[in-house]
Design a protein around this ligand. Structure first.
Ligand SMILES: O=C(O)c1cc(=O)[nH]c(=O)n1[C@@H]1O[C@H](COP(=O)(O)O)[C@@H](O)[C@H]1O
Length: 236
């Protein structure tokens, strides 16, 4: 089944986010709540989104020592969101304990949130990775390495660019999720993203999910922009 495009609700507060969501009336969406909105509004906003029937990716990109991430995940598991993430750079042990925390923290009768790991951010270019992270390899090698590590730690998938999705499937499994931000419609500004792909190409490249922010949230007509993204994404 093709997954709905995930809309990144990168808004400063609940009022602005709710105003944006009014464009979609009763449509059930898959939305992403990131640091800005969560730090401002906390779990009350998550509960409201759930009450509206939306699926939620809580994007807090945890990256800390294994025990801290374990304890934080135990708490996040109680929020009832569908997906959460960590940075793969936190390491194998951290990812393993993140999963354990989620498993232990998920209330009885609820499903454990999907856990994915960010490989290399889609804003990172190969040149930047090599000079700033001192990784003396190609960017794809680093992404594939992190994907293998996340797979071995038992995670459900990774965040990567669609450009890397097919190769990740080959070295992990077809079912291992490839959640891909850095999505732009033809001709859109790339803003701060480096590795960008259109919805149509993301599908061809075997991404399992696309995450779309500004191409929808900053469009003159967000509903029309969403429908356009969805159409391209669902077309094979
Ligand atoms: O984990 C993420 O969601 C994420 C990882 C990544 O590598 N790149 C990336 O852009 N994101 C998020 O995806 C969204 C992309 O937004 P736009 O660039 O506006 O489409 C933002 O909310 C980012 O925080």
């Amino acid at each position: 089944m093709v997954q709905k495009p995930i809309i990144a609700l990168d808004f400063p507060d609940r009022g602005t986010a709710e105003q944006f969501l009014q464009n979609f009336q009763d449509e059930q969406l898959f939305v992403k709540v990131g640091m800005e909105l969560f730090y401002k509004e906390g779990s009350a906003f998550i509960n409201w989104l759930k009450s509206q029937g939306h699926n939620i990716f809580l994007d807090l990109k945890l990256h800390d020592i294994p025990n801290t991430v374990y304890s934080a995940m135990k708490v996040l598991a109680g929020l009832g969101v569908d997906m959460v993430n960590v940075h793969a750079a936190g390491g194998y042990k951290m990812m393993e304990l993140a999963l354990k925390g989620l498993e232990e923290g998920t209330p009885k009768g609820m499903e454990r949130p999907i856990l994915i790991a960010v490989t290399q951010l889609t804003s990172t270019s190969e040149e930047q990775m090599q000079s700033e992270q001192l990784i003396d390899r190609g960017l794809k090698d680093s992404v594939l390495h992190y994907a293998k590590l996340a797979f071995a730690a038992g995670l459900d998938g990774v965040v990567c660019s669609a450009l890397e999705a097919r190769e990740i499937s080959k070295i992990t499994s077809q079912e291992f999720l490839k959640v891909t931000p850095g999505i732009r419609m033809e001709g859109d500004s790339s803003h701060d993203q480096s590795r960008i792909v259109t919805p149509r190409d993301a599908r061809k490249l075997e991404a399992s999910h696309i995450v779309v922010g500004r191409s929808i949230t900053q469009a003159g007509d967000p509903l029309q922009a969403y429908e356009q993204v969805k159409l391209e994404w669902e077309m094979k």
